[in-house]
Design a protein around this ligand. Structure first.
Ligand SMILES: [Zn+2]
Length: 254
């Protein structure tokens, strides 16, 4: 997961203000910190961005990433998104008022930005990866994914509250090497978590009990920076097997 936040010493911190995972240095899943935190190699390679939903912390770095590559990219940047997410981007972000509508612009090599529609019912391929979309339970239409290559399978819930559908799909699949699962608020903010369709440590524990699947590692993501220490304390006290807090900026191998 890319770093998202710079602390007062000018270095990246563990705070997860934004969300962006990069797989094999070439495919981004969400784009919260994409422009700001990618390495040169990643900026050179990434032309596919798969979006889970259109909340700001998942797309903040997208307009700037496209802008940075506008003059030089030789192939279009492809945004893989559901119809709802594409509509938000075109109507509310790339609308000439907030930022240019890059999908209408060309550089000397051709198109700069294109969309590939995600059908929530259909698996799709991006580079060497296979994506199975899984509808989750968030305030806006949001897609989790089961992502696989020839050897490895990972699950990603994105932002969600209790996610019956996610477990139903997961339990019908084969085992996972890793699951990235959200936990945004501490238990004391259960009401806020419910209203915003996020999880707390207690919900996380109960949700994980619904998994019948063998999962190698469980990495908790999307901890709201303000409550990070509290959430970690609560998760640790629950002693859920295999659960660890994702380290921002770290490259994971599965
Ligand atoms: Zn969200």
């Amino acid at each position: 997961m890319l770093s998202t936040t710079i602390g007062e010493d000018g270095r990246a911190t563990q705070a997860q203000h934004l969300s962006c995972l990069v797989i094999d240095d070439c495919v981004a899943v969400d784009a919260g910190s994409l422009a700001m935190a990618v390495s040169d190699k990643q900026r050179e390679n990434i032309r596919d961005i798969v979006l889970t939903h259109a909340h700001l912390d998942h797309i903040a770095g997208l307009p700037l990433f496209v802008d940075d590559l506008f003059a030089t990219t030789k192939r279009p940047i492809t945004i893989h998104a559901t119809r709802e997410v594409e509509e938000v981007l075109e109507n509310d972000v790339f609308n000439w008022r907030v930022y240019p509508r890059f999908s209408e612009l060309k550089n000397e090599f051709g198109a700069v930005l294109r969309y590939a529609r995600i059908d929530p019912e259909e698996e799709f391929e991006v580079r060497h990866l296979r994506f199975k979309p899984v509808e989750v339970n968030h305030k806006v239409p949001t897609t989790g994914f089961i992502i696989s290559d020839a050897n490895t399978r990972i699950g990603l819930t994105s932002d969600t509250s209790k996610a019956e559908n996610f477990w139903r799909v997961l339990n019908a699949e084969r085992e996972l090497n890793a699951l990235f699962i959200e936990c945004a608020f501490p238990d004391s903010l259960q009401e806020l978590a419910s209203a915003a369709f996020h999880m707390t440590p207690n919900i996380l524990r109960r949700e994980l009990e619904k998994s019948k699947q063998a999962i190698g590692r469980i990495l908790v993501i999307n901890l709201k920076p303000t409550y990070r220490e509290q959430i970690i304390k609560e998760i640790k006290s629950l002693k859920i097997p295999k659960v660890e807090i994702l380290e921002v900026g770290k490259a994971y191998e599965f």
